[in-house]
Design a protein around this ligand. Sequence first.
Ligand code: PEP
Ligand code: MG
Length: 570
Amino acid sequence: MFKGTSASAGIGIGKVAIVEDVQLVIKRETVSNPQAELERFKAALMQSIKETGALAADLATRVGEKEAEILNGHLMLLSDPMLTGEIENAITNEGVNSEYAIEQTCNTYADMFASMGDELMQQRATDMRDIKTRMQKVLMGVESVDIASLPAGTIIVAKDLTPSMTAGINPQSVTGIVTELGGRTSHSAILARALEIPAVVAVADFLSHVKNGDEVVLDGSDGSIYVNPDPAVMGEYEAKRDSFLKEKKELEQYIGKSTVTKDGVHVELVANIGKPEDVDKVLQYDGEGVGLFRTEFLFMDRNAMPTEDEQFEAYKKVAVAMNGKPVIIRTLDIGGDKEIPYMGLEKDENPFLGYRAVRFCLDRKEDVYKPQLRALLRASAFGNIKIMVPLVTCIDELRQVKAIIKELKEELDSCHVPYNKDIQVGIMVETAAASLIADIFAKEADFFSIGTNDLTQYTMSVDRGNDKVSYLYSPLNPAVLRSIKRIISCGREAGIMVGMCGEAASDPLMIPLLLAFGLNEFSMSASAILKSRKLITSYSTEELQAVADKAMSFATEKEVAQFMKEFVEQ
Ligand code: PEP
Ligand code: MG
């Protein structure tokens, strides 16, 4: 048996597909024999067509015709004489290598499609990039798995998954994820929870113990994994999977109930999303709003920034779908573990302490921040949108953002473009600095949302994705608890709403403490909402005061965790 960190609950049973993220480096080279190079390209093209056809047929039988359509579209592109003709011309006329000719030609088309703006054209651009990489991989002899078209019943095994790779996973076919690196709050783990795919991360040296096709069972709740288990273990896990699904079904009784404690305190139970389509799950699980829309996911998996209009459409879609319920949209938070190649970010020596989030945006006002803020303002005419600024450490940052918003509002006024004039602008409290001056921030921010994923990282000085130091990474550390308690009381004293959108908001050991501290809003992955509603409605905040006082009196995380476990299980 292998053991890792539980990252997404549920039982996964299936066959291993090892996934690697290969970054191709394409160089321009001059070839001595263009005719021979042309033949090389044609052979690679035939091979790509063959592979794509096989993938499409496999997907059509295993998943469905609709899913296979994308790959059939790829086949059409690969067989388009205009496209292949242009690549061939570049090889013969310019005497360049096939990889480079493909890169240039496909990028030109992809950029052209991307600039047209609408969703269909965006998809074309993505398709063009996909076929580009497929042909280049054949030419370069790089084998890799197409993550979006894995067969049903696949357990993905990888060293690490980038957020954009995870976002490309098809939850219909992937039944589990195992990675050697990462932590519970690394973004790929957060996405696995959003997709409701059982996942275990930080499994040391796992790749050297499995090969493609091995049978694996994993428990995403306790982090255990078996490779090629015997029938008894398999039977045990099949039963566990059934009972997990049964419990999930039972939670449906909490749909439509309000989130009120036994002593009548109402809190908001809202969801974290990364893409407009995620609102379907929010509505399915009866979320009372969106507490965090991580907009950086709109910027991933593409070659160029989404335009202001594309962003506007995405934000509007969420606002409209949520039909007047609050939708907190966080402005771009890249850097850290979220890289976006085309943004021109250099490799930071310390990415989590570097050029990230609002720091980056305030440095790229004209081309990045203003289009996003303008899109947000325009979308605010269609629902209850609030703007949230990530990673603030000093009040000047919030003031600068508000000044830009003011300027943009004036611009919109002069063009008679509608927007919500009273739109709220709040902050994520997720740095030690913001926590220490929460009283100052509370005077100028319209709301707080505590980002415990980063707050724990920055308070404990512990990389949230580094398994070697993960024993320090817990919001139950007295230092983090004091910080959270203080942030909530500063916000409450100033009369502003205080929410939490870090993973601690759905942690059963944290929920009683957060209720006792007076947290107003809990934001989490949609799949955690009903379980949290069940918990919250079982407590009385008055009765929890003594529990919180006792928890705050301990000196170590271990004691707090032990005490809270006993309290929750009693
Ligand atoms: C957080 O830091 O707690 C948070 C919600 O933001 P992210 O996980 O995207 O950094
Ligand atoms: Mg954060």
